[in-house]
Design a protein around this ligand. Structure first.
Ligand SMILES: Cc1cc2nc3c(=O)[nH]c(=O)nc-3n(C[C@H](O)[C@H](O)[C@H](O)COP(=O)(O)OP(=O)(O)OC[C@H]3O[C@@H](n4cnc5c(N)ncnc54)[C@H](O)[C@@H]3O)c2cc1C
Ligand code: SF4
Length: 497
């Protein structure tokens, strides 16, 4: 335990952010690293409570509680407090393949279930995780680890998002020859094209890919599995295949006027923006918010990333619609600890919009009913109706449109961010695995699909989720592949020491 009364004596410090007004002039990360002395203080707040809910990692109530990677949080808190950074790093990578991603973009369910949070504020776990991994890269501790022996067996990982990368890393370290096949031109999945640069700089993703390459993993880009190479062909070459193809089927908004130009799925917009940035193209990206009235439909994190991107492109105004009501300032009775607190926060994008235009861009309990265009067929306006929460049959609360509260909004660019429906149709049509509610059907424990030697992990299997869950799934699927191949090839006596 750090300091006996640390959580009483020392106040929690939030990670420092670059000022909202300043950071919208560039695309660099908005979070700043916390200095070493301050971090030791933060680590001292860990009370080593004995039952570390922070590392339990399970679905509780409506969302995730504790770290899904079972990160050894109290242990590395103590090591950081003692100044034993290298040991803290070794403890961290026991459970987390890529702390540099989670420490930047994880919503930190660990903090929501931290015991210190019951009586005071939670330990700043995510900041400590970030400091450990940043230091490891600075000090040169994160160097290529090449497996000492190879099994002679081959595995293919389809998709290079966090699930695919974690599976590839684990299998490579276990001695398999691993090839990652990726449809896109760059590797990283949504870490590369999806999550914007302000949350995870792309050089951070590229640094990890380089490290994995140096460790022996082969990366092949621009390969659309099911089109450029069939599953049958892959199964002949590789002893096992893991599908980590994500949950990229976006939900459509089927209302009048959807065919007008100027209306795009959020992912088309975000991907185009990142490609424009990385390719260092001159001028504006093909879809730009510059000098436009922008409306983002959908109240989630993808929508927030659209808001932050549009602000950096110089939009004229920005509004984000959500169907649900504003969250309370404090936990409700139906949202007890150790569930993550479902409370109002002014996330990075909203703080930036408030700084730029003077108000939070979110509009709550609102439904889009139609798009209206000009003579050229470009969207110029959008119609909405307010939603009221009322008791339906059996007393169940439900939203009802209030026809007396209609409104029209200026809109030159509309971004649809109302969620994802599961794995893309191609996966089922071209690859031939069975589906379960739009996700790849794969056993909860073995991650095995209906095809022998073919496994699935990450969003493709569990639906749109979080980086931390994707890493966990990749690790577990790799463990299962290892077991499968050891059993299948037991006569060969696979032994990697
Ligand atoms: C805009 C946005 C912001 C987000 N922000 C956060 C955040 O801040 N924090 C957080 O924890 N989570 C966030 N998420 C969720 C998180 O990114 C995902 O849960 C995670 O990336 C899923 O990992 P994955 O490896 O399963 O799939 P993905 O990251 O989706 O990767 C799948 C990969 O498979 C490739 N692929 C698909 N089909 C084929 C094929 N046939 N052949 C070859 N390759 C193929 C795709 O091109 C892609 O690269 C965000 C998601 C979005 C959309
Ligand atoms: S990965 Fe996420 S949940 Fe786990 S310790 Fe890090 S911030 Fe917390």
């Amino acid at each position: 335990m750090g300091k006996l009364t640390g959580f009483i004596d020392i106040k929690r410090e939030k990670p420092q952010e670059i000022h909202a007004g300043e950071r919208i002039s560039h695309w660099e990360e908005y979070l700043m690293p916390t200095g070493e002395p301050a971090l030791k203080d933060q680590a001292a707040r860990c009370m080593d409570c004995g039952t570390p809910f922070c590392q339990m990692g399970s679905d509780l109530g409506r969302s995730t509680s504790g770290c899904p990677l079972y990160n050894l949080i109290p242990e590395w808190n103590e090591l950081v407090y003692q100044g034993k950074w290298h040991e803290a790093y070794l403890r961290l990578i026991k459970t987390n393949n890529f702390p540099e991603f989670t420490a930047r973009a994880c919503p930190a369910p660990c903090e929501g279930s931290c015991t210190a949070g019951v009586v005071s504020e939670p330990v700043a776990i995510k900041s400590i995780e970030r400091a450990i991994i940043d230091k490891a890269f600075e000090e040169g501790w994160a160097t290529p680890r090449k497996p000492l022996k190879r099994t002679g067996l081959k595995a293919a990982v389809i998709g290079s998002g966090p699930a695919g990368l974690a599976a590839a890393d684990e299998l490579n370290q276990a001695g398999y020859d691993v090839t990652v096949l990726e449809r896109d031109d760059r590797f990283g999945g949504l870490l590369m094209y999806g999550i914007p640069n302000m949350k995870i700089e792309k050089k951070v993703v590229e640094r990890r890919i380089r490290l994995l390459e140096q460790e022996g993993i082969q990366f092949k880009g621009n390969v659309n599995v099911g089109v450029d190479v069939t599953m049958e062909e892959l199964r002949k070459i590789y002893d096992a295949v893991i599908l980590c193809t994500g949950a990229g089927k976006h939900r459509e908004l089927d209302v009048e006027g959807r065919g007008l130009s100027g209306i795009y799925p959020a992912m088309t917009y975000l991907t185009g923006s990142t490609k424009h940035l990385l390719n260092e193209e001159s001028g504006e990206p093909a879809i730009t918010a510059k000098d436009k009235h922008v409306i983002v439909i959908g109240g989630g994190d993808t929508g927030a990333d659209c808001v932050a991107t549009a602000l950096r492109q110089g939009c004229k105004s920005i509004v984000q619609f959500g169907k649900h009501g504003e969250l309370p300032k404090e936990r409700g009775a139906d949202n007890p600890w150790p569930e993550p607190p479902d409370v109002y926060t002014l996330d990075y994008a909203y703080a930036e919009a408030k700084e730029t235009f003077g108000s939070d861009p979110r509009q709550y309990q609102i439904n889009t009913t139609e798009f209206l265009g000009d003579q050229e067929g470009h969207v110029r306006e959008l119609g909405t109706v307010a939603l009221e929460l009322e008791s339906g049959e059996n007393g169940k609360k439900q939203y009802r449109e209030n026809e007396s509260k209609k409104q029209n909004w200026d809109a030159d660019l509309v971004l649809i961010a109302i969620g994802f429906e599961g794995a893309e149709d191609d996966v089922f049509e071209n690859i031939g695995v069975e589906a379960s509610f739009n996700q790849i059907k794969a056993d909860n424990k073995t991650y095995q699909t209906n095809l022998d030697g073919v496994f699935a992990a990450g969003d493709a299997r569990r639906g749109q989720s979080l980086i931390v869950w994707a890493i966990q799934e990749g690790r577990k699927a790799a463990e299962s592949v290892d077991r499968y191949l050891r059993e299948k090839h037991s006569k060969k006596k696979v032994d990697v020491g």
